[in-house]
Design a binder for this molecule. Structure first.
Ligand code: FAD
Length: 481
């Protein structure tokens, strides 16, 4: 049987994997390869933790089918050419990526392998619609979500997901330069990841289980519960999606099948609300593909000249460590540090406080998220930060500055989310939990809270900083787009 390389990247799964599926369907012995290039890898620390365990799960899944994962290091083109030489493979299959580094890699590999006489086939797999093929009637890319979402719905269901191969033949000639997973050194040495294990289990089978549990237990209430950070109201699929352990096409079809089997009212609206979020992911990737500077520079170019603060080191550190004295913010930032994840509503609040009240450039916050989120994703993260900072394509307007006290009271009314992550405030009554600095002294004493001693006073006055932010914004607003 001729053999072919199947290059795994951000698609660490066996089912609905067009590259693997096609290699097998065309009669090849698939040689599964993963390449780690430390010199260009900019995966954050929490994501490296996930990557390690996801690769481990993939190794095991491949072994169960009779194959194995070959891990190579160094430049992708050189590693693939070496593997082709060692195994005698004359064809390479892979699924495409849409971030600037990934698309550059796609092009380099294609050229390098063609020059060596090796055939290549790449596939669409990670999104509902390929950004290059999905645009407005005049061919230009979408910049506003609602028309994008309408067009996506009009385009009909995404491709039908593919089954995993039932078995894979063993590899006769192994590439010579394969390394052990441990040699990649992806796990942190500090023990910081200890609590990640209680929250997450990377891998394709867990992704399926998580989706199934979400469909069974939470989807029907998603429209009401998705904004309540204390509830398990969202799917928790973001890291699984980022590493490609499950595809949006699979999620789309399973969610629609779930709705078709429901007699309860609200099922169709719930599925639509959920798939709309999956579509935001596609939209963020669409923007990154068409505007590759999304990570570094604002989409609204007027913000290039925004008067950000410059002496923000202390504020940034307090924010990063969950020591701002504003409970819902501290709860979010501590949830992030301990679990590698933060609820979407709280991400918006933390990003708004940093960029608007503290006037810290959004890139600083994005960098911290990229390092500490297990779902860190250059498209979703850059898009989320630009949205929150008001400088994105279809962003929250600058003058909409979230008030973390009223938002906390609205979405975490009884304070359970704050109590979970900020134990210093556990005994405070709900009435004061989102604004302990206003609580009467006897209430604070009874709850064991001494502001400024065992819980910080707010590092910023919310009303004053709001006015300062609006002044800064009015300077930018006067400029022409
Ligand atoms: P669910 O509500 O169950 O949604 C299902 C899926 O839809 C998610 O897994 C995700 O893939 C996608 N999705 C949901 N909301 C968004 C959104 N606003 N934008 C894009 N895709 C979305 N998401 C990331 O995956 N990686 C990031 O690095 C990231 N950084 C963010 C930074 C900021 C400042 C903000 C405001 C949001 C960010 N998000 C990011 C989007 C969102 O917060 C997470 O996708 C979501 O909280 C993940 O939880 P879930 O899987 O339970 O979501």
């Amino acid at each position: 049987m001729p053999c072919a390389l199947v290059w795994f990247r951000n698609d660490l799964r066996l089912s609905d994997h067009p590259a693997l599926h096609t290699a097998v369907a065309q009669g090849y012995t698939a040689v599964p390869v993963y390449i780690h290039d430390e010199s260009t890898a900019d995966t954050g620390a929490a994501s490296r933790w996930w990557l390690h365990h996801s690769l481990h799960a993939l190794q095991q899944d491949l072994q169960r089918l009779g194959s194995r994962l070959i891990i190579l290091t160094g430049d992708s083109s050189a590693a693939l050419l070496g593997a082709a030489r060692d195994t005698g493979a004359r064809t390479l299959f892979w699924n495409r990526r849409y971030d600037p580094a990934g698309t550059a890699q796609d092009q380099q590999v294609e050229a390098a392998l063609a020059a060596a006489g090796i055939a290549t086939q790449s596939f669409s797999a990670a999104l509902l619609r390929e950004p290059a093929d999905f645009g407005k009637a005049d061919g230009s890319p979408y910049r506003v979500f609602t028309p994008f979402w309408k067009a996506l719905q009009k385009a009909g269901p995404p491709r039908v997901p593919l089954a995993a191969p039932a078995t894979l033949p063993g590899i006769e000639k192994l590439p010579r330069r394969g390394v052990a997973l441990k040699a990649l050194g992806l796990l942190p040495a500090s023990g910081w990841d200890r609590q990640f294990y209680t929250h997450w289990q990377p891998g394709e089978s867990t992704a399926w289980n998580r989706l199934q549990a979400f469909l069974d237990d939470a989807l029907l209430d998603y429209p009401q519960d998705r904004d309540r950070p204390a509830l398990p109201g969202t799917s928790g699929l973001s890291p699984h999606l980022h590493f490609g352990e499950i595809t949006p096409a699979r999620i789309w079809h399973l969610a629609q099948a779930w709705a078709a089997g429901q007699s309860r009212s609200g099922a169709i609206a719930a599925v639509e609300a959920f798939l709309r979020q999956i579509a935001w992911r596609d939209f963020a990737h669409h923007l990154l593909f068409h505007f590759p500077h999304l990570r570094e520079r604002p989409l609204d170019a007027r913000y290039d000249a925004f008067p950000w603060a410059t002496d923000y080191a202390a504020a940034l550190a307090a924010w990063q460590h969950g020591e701002t004295g504003i409970p819902v913010i501290d709860a979010g930032m501590r949830q992030l540090w301990r679990s590698g994840w933060m609820h979407n509503r709280v991400r918006m609040l933390c990003a708004s406080l940093l960029t608007k009240n503290l006037l810290v450039p959004w890139q600083q916050g994005a960098r911290w998220f990229a390092d500490t989120l297990v779902d860190a994703d250059v498209a979703n993260n850059s898009f989320g930060w630009q949205w929150a900072a008001g400088c994105g394509a279809d962003a929250a307007p600058w003058f909409r500055i979230f008030n973390p006290v009223t938002q906390g009271e609205r979405f975490d009314g009884d304070g359970s989310y704050v109590r979970r992550w900020v134990p210093e405030l556990q005994q405070l009554p709900a009435q004061w939990i989102h604004k302990p600095w206003q609580a009467p002294a006897p209430v604070l004493a009874a709850a064991g809270v001494t502001p400024g001693e065992n819980y910080p006073l707010p590092i910023i006055d919310l009303a004053e900083s709001r006015t300062r932010a609006l002044d800064a914004w009015s300077q930018v607003k006067q400029q022409r787009r």
